[in-house]
Design a protein. Sequence first.
Length: 310
Amino acid sequence: MPERAIDVYEPYQGSIDWRKVASADVRHVLIKLSNGSSAASTTGDRYVIGARAAGLRVGGYAYALGGKPESEADALADELLRLNALDDAPALDYESDRLPYDEPSARQWIVAFFSRLSRRIPALTQVLLYSSGSQLTRINAGTITMPGLRILIWDAEYGPNDGIDHDVRYYHGPVAVHQYTSAGRIAGIDRNVDLDVVFTDISAQTKPRATKGIDLMERYHAKAIPSDGSVHILLPGGDQSAVIVRPGSQPVWLSAIYAWGDNNVGVGGNPVSPGAVMKIDKTRKFILTGALYADFAYSSNSDFIIDAVG
């Protein structure tokens, strides 16, 4: 059964009464989190906290500006992970006239963006691609495919843009989300708001994470820091989620590993007793079952490597 959604950005929608929004049968909120290669000038913190407190599903989107796709994906990934805004699939807003226009270049840019986003957030299985129906048709958006990642279409088609849900007319492929007006009005928001209909499951993750096999997800080159060093590590979240520490010419002195899984729940347990440090002078593996990210606190007089695996 279709569900209601809104997509918002605080400078446009201002203060929102999220409980009233939820009472209007809205189930999904997609929040602008990045602008090109930077976080959005007004961050999504207040909206994410408020929407989630009202029981709404939260996702985030990037407003693309045609820079390096990997850098723009990093900007979105940083905010998604910082805010844990990953109930719904993250979205790429592909509408700026600064983006590649011809079909081959546009498709290449989109694939590069989602490839980087998937690498930063390995648990993703679905993403959303937003644009107008004419643009989606011109680049044959429905035929863009990637291994292990489903690209769902978010089609912006308004008709007379009168706040009423008019049928999709221009894009003829499968549509997961239809943005049908930018002049919507809804309880809890005093200004116009984009209104959407969600036709299918748009969860960021739609299948269990793998529990077999060990794959290198990311390699981190930690710098020599004599005291109070820290590395933020992204992990796949499966049963084999782990970090492997590979010391350099000098030992690594580990003071803590704090790991979190879904919904910011702590997992794994800190392997170091409070107030103590652990000497690591040879390769050592720490299993962090279910962890999606971890903070590795250390000191060392030489550079070293941390492998995130799962």
